[in-house]
Write a protein that binds this ligand. Structure first.
Ligand code: KG4
Ligand code: ZN
Length: 345
């Protein structure tokens, strides 16, 4: 089964050719340098950059797989499906991916499949060394932690998803990015905060663990505000003080996320947990989720770090899993920036 996928929901323009779960070729253009000076993604700039790069990126992925575009108006049946992220994400950015994917689907005479970007983040956990061999063990608790989303699901199988909780305000990644900005660190903030936290000594401020009320929703804006107040009271922090803030903040986030993931395992009797999305690249979070879930009797899995952040391989895999597990192929392809997770069986 051969799939072409494009991913453009945020600040990566990416394409991938996947054959039977094996990544044949990938191409990506990262817009990080473009958004860095604004310390966050500027939607209009993102859409324009996607538009400028998408043709090169798709072409590069096709060339990497040794696939040539058919000449003229001829069609060439090569792919079993062409997939794209239809949401959630930035409206203008997603549209660019949708137009590119639809064009490719026509050219290659393949069905177009609109994938939920967050489902992609979950399925990215299956990739090991370029192959989707590490099959998820359902039923499981899925912790999706990215720049725009923080959600917990119960996943009963491919296409069988139920949302158990989500953030009431900021996403975990957004909190990392905002705290990094408060500290004058670079963008994206998550990796910067993690790097600096490694240099922290034992003496650290103490920040609240928000929303530990026995429910499965999250809230991170209060934690971010606690950091802002701390910096008001302790202005102009030096390198050591910044490191201490990073470590304390990161611990609070990791504690909250891991406690909720473990709680979901307990509440729903799940023996497995999987974490995906950019923030799941964080080593402390991985440690804490692994430990908390183990205490709840569940084994935790993660994506390889490269596939935690946005990529097209996870979108291709989501389409492939849908095709091979006989999911309803209604080919829902309308763009939906607020798309919520739902089963497709
Ligand atoms: O999944 P992703 O690439 O894009 C979205 O779908 O939003 O996630 C990006 C987010 C950013 O907020 C970034 O700061 C965060 O993931 N992130 C991290 C780490 N690497 C990326 N957060 C904490 N620790 C990291 N190592
Ligand atoms: Zn993402």
């Amino acid at each position: 089964m051969l799939t072409l996928a494009v991913e453009t929901t945020c600040d990566e323009t990416a394409a991938c050719v996947l054959r039977d779960g094996r990544i044949i070729s990938e191409a990506v253009f990262s817009q990080i340098a473009l958004h860095r000076r604004y310390s966050g993604v500027v939607p209009e700039l993102a859409s324009r950059a996607h538009l400028e790069k998408i043709n090169h990126v798709v072409r590069a992925a096709l060339e990497g797989a040794g696939i040539r575009l058919p000449a003229g108006a001829r069609r060439k049946k090569i792919f079993d499906a062409v997939a794209f992220s239809r949401g959630p994400g930035l409206p203008g950015a997603i549209l660019v991916g949708r137009v590119a994917a639809q064009t490719a689907a026509r050219v290659f005479g393949a069905p177009l499949i609109g994938v939920n970007h967050l489902e992609g983040h979950l399925l990215a956990c299956e990739f090991r060394k370029g192959r989707a061999d590490a099959r998820l063990k359902f039923p499981l608790a899925a912790l999706i932690v990215s720049g725009g989303h923080t959600e917990l699901w119960r996943a009963g199988g491919y296409g069988d998803y139920e949302r158990l909780g989500s953030t009431r305000d900021d996403a975990a990644g957004e909190a990392f990015d905002k705290v990094a900005r408060l500290l004058g660190l670079g963008y994206p903030g998550g990796p910067e905060v993690e790097r600096l936290a490694l240099k922290a000594g034992k003496k650290r401020p103490s920040f609240p663990r928000p929303f530990m009320d026995g429910g499965l929703d999250f809230s991170f804006s209060g934690l971010k505000t606690a950091v802002a107040y701390y910096l008001q009271d302790n202005p102009r922090p030096g390198a050591a003080a910044k490191a201490a803030v990073c470590a304390a903040f990161q611990e609070a986030v990791a504690d909250t996320l891991s406690a909720k993931a473990a709680l979901a395992c307990r509440k729903y009797g799940l023996k497995s947990a999987a974490a995906g999305g950019g923030v799941s690249a964080n080593s402390l979070l991985r440690e804490r989720v692994t430990a908390a879930c183990a205490a709840a009797g569940a084994a935790a899995v993660f994506s390889e770090k490269k596939y935690c952040t946005d990529n097209a391989a996870m979108i291709a895999l989501a389409a492939q899993r849908r095709l091979e597990s006989g999911g309803r192929l209604e080919h829902r392809v309308e763009v939906d920036p607020d798309l919520e997770i739902a089963g497709w069986r």
